[in-house]
Write a protein of this length. Structure first.
Length: 265
């Protein structure tokens, strides 16, 4: 590990996130944007009601419903590239595994406000949430495809429980809404080419505005039992795996899901 990696790892451990400015060349972002926009246009056409009423993201961008095999390969190559894997390895030392991709955009419905949450709150009751923030590791790597207002984070909440203000806002209790300002929130504006790496279980929110279109790559620690969360559709085929320089992120997921075909890989 280089000094830079050690610094990023310690920043992640302390704050729950780090940003690397200008990490990807504009040419790479431009190519990625083209593929992702192809997905986005087709997804919107297919999900008109959901898009207009309540959507602010889509998922399974690497799946085969909206993209060709060549376009999917471009995404798999990006996700497993040395640059991305260096950052994954900086935060997950033990066999990092691919979970999914999500695409974040501005909601069409103006009533939808940017809301504070921990990702684990959608799967677990409060008592379990208190536990999982210490036990498990799901990490988002956010790749903004256009300049955006970015994200707002409450530093350190990947390792600590909410204070009273945070809990009231996140749970929308005692007269609070999940879009209220939080005293300890840190805004992180992002530009196309930057990379933001953050813990999914820290208190955070996406900031709506500008032309945001952000590709999030979700990865997890193989020790955590997230295999069941992974939709097989988002994984590369055996043939695609063979073409990747470093397929380990996907192989680790397939091993957990027991769908690995070892032949020739
Ligand atoms: O950007 C957003 O709208 C929310 C992002 C988020 O919550 C996440 O990536 O987990």
């Amino acid at each position: 590990m280089t000094n830079k990696h050690i610094q990023l790892t310690s920043q992640y451990n302390e704050l729950g996130y780090f940003v690397v400015r200008d990490y990807f060349p504009q040419s790479e972002i431009k190519a990625l944007r083209q593929v992702v926009q192809t997905f986005h246009r087709a997804w919107i056409a297919d999900n008109q009601t959901f898009y207009k009423q309540e959507a602010f993201n889509s998922s399974v961008i690497t799946g085969n419903i909206y993209l060709s095999d060549n376009e999917r390969m471009a995404l798999f190559e990006f996700i497993s590239s040395t640059k991305v894997m260096d950052m994954v390895n900086a935060v997950i030392a033990n066999k990092p595994a691919f979970m999914n991709t999500q695409l974040f955009f501005n909601p069409v419905n103006p009533c939808l406000k940017d809301f504070w949450h921990r990702d684990c709150q959608y799967d677990h009751d409060i008592d379990i949430q208190k536990q999982v923030i210490h036990d498990t590791q799901v990490v988002h790597l956010r790749v903004p495809l256009f300049d955006e207002l970015g994200m707002e984070m409450v530093p350190g909440t990947h390792k600590r429980w909410d204070n009273e203000e945070e809990f009231n806002v996140r749970q929308e209790i005692n007269g609070h809404e999940s879009s209220d300002a939080l005293s300890l929130g840190e805004k992180i504006p992002l530009k196309a080419g930057d990379l933001l790496v953050f813990s999914a279980d820290m208190i955070h929110r996406g900031l709506y505005g500008l032309d945001r279109l952000a590709l999030d790559i979700l990865v997890f620690d193989s020790q955590a039992d997230f295999g069941d969360y992974v939709d097989e559709q988002c994984l590369p085929s055996t043939n695609m795996l063979k073409q990747l320089a470093d397929p380990s992120l996907f192989l680790n997921t397939m091993t957990l899901k027991s769908i690995l075909c070892h032949e020739g890989i």
